[in-house]
Design a binder for this molecule. Structure first.
Ligand SMILES: Cc1cc2nc3c(=O)[nH]c(=O)nc-3n(C[C@H](O)[C@H](O)[C@H](O)COP(=O)(O)O)c2cc1C
Length: 232
């Protein structure tokens, strides 16, 4: 049975969570996967920066951050990307498209780069740091490239989630998308030469006043009794 957010006032867990973090829950209820953006409105650079700052802080497995994010504002490029996203209009009617592109593989060079950055931030590459990244290379380098790419892609999704929440806090609308042709995106943005493959995208903009069938619809989420199992 669908769990309607609007009807959950009697639910003890939901009420408790609203009490703990009312603003976050309000933001999450406010956001939705916007189907029609207002082509006349642009997201300001400070709001975009706040979203990027937040997604940069998303945690990732072993802290590798094995992805890059392309912030596309160019109109012609967004039109091409929209075509490669089955014509989804949010890419052109919004003002920015974030393209999350994961490392195509884990390599010794990439892991050494993170090791050195860690050393730089933490006062030098200690023996512990050296050992940690040596083990990581032992586990990842030489593993099947597709397995490594899929692992990297999962890390990009964590950042996608953080970006959506950060956007909601900024009252910026977003549409998370997997409905696009990654090979075409890779071609348009020249990702292959950089050892990257697109995995998910996030148009940013403002919901149109009219013409969005999803605007105002109740949220449908699974019943917490089914979603959560408390093992006390
Ligand atoms: C990874 C991912 C991919 C999605 N792909 C698309 C997409 O290509 N086009 C679209 O309109 N919505 C897409 N959605 C939106 C979901 O359908 C939507 O988030 C879900 O139904 C929950 O509704 P809400 O986001 O409005 O709360 C995607 C969502 C996620 C998280």
């Amino acid at each position: 049975m669908p769990y309607l957010t609007e009807d959950r006032s009697s639910d003890v867990d939901a009420a408790a969570s609203r009490k703990r973090a009312p603003m976050l829950i309000d933001d999450l209820n406010w956001r939705y996967a916007t189907k029609k953006m207002d082509a006349g409105k642009s997201v300001s650079e400070d709001k975009v920066q706040a979203i990027l700052d937040a997604l940069r802080l998303a945690p990732t497995s072993s802290g590798l951050q094995p992805f890059e994010v392309f912030v596309v504002t160019n109109k012609d490029t967004r039109a091409k990307l929209s075509e490669a996203a089955y014509g989804q209009q949010q890419l052109v009617d919004g003002s920015h498209v974030l393209v999350f592109a994961a490392w195509d593989n884990y390599t010794a060079e990439r892991i050494d780069m993170v090791r050195d950055e860690t050393g730089e931030a933490r006062g030098g590459v200690s023996d512990n740091i050296k050992e940690y990244y040596k083990n990581l290379k032992g586990n990842y380098v030489g593993r099947d490239a597709e397995v490594n790419f899929q692992h990297a892609a999962r890390q990009a999704y964590i950042a996608l989630g953080v970006a959506m929440v950060a956007a909601a806090e900024q009252k910026v609308d977003t549409t998370p998308m997997e409905g696009f042709e990654p090979a075409k995106f890779d071609e348009i943005l020249g990702l292959r030469a950089k050892g990257l493959k697109s995995v998910c995208i996030l148009p940013l903009g403002y919901r149109a006043a009219e013409g969005d069938w999803l605007n105002g619809q109740a949220k449908v989420r699974r019943d917490p009794k089914v979603l959560f199992t408390h093992v006390a």
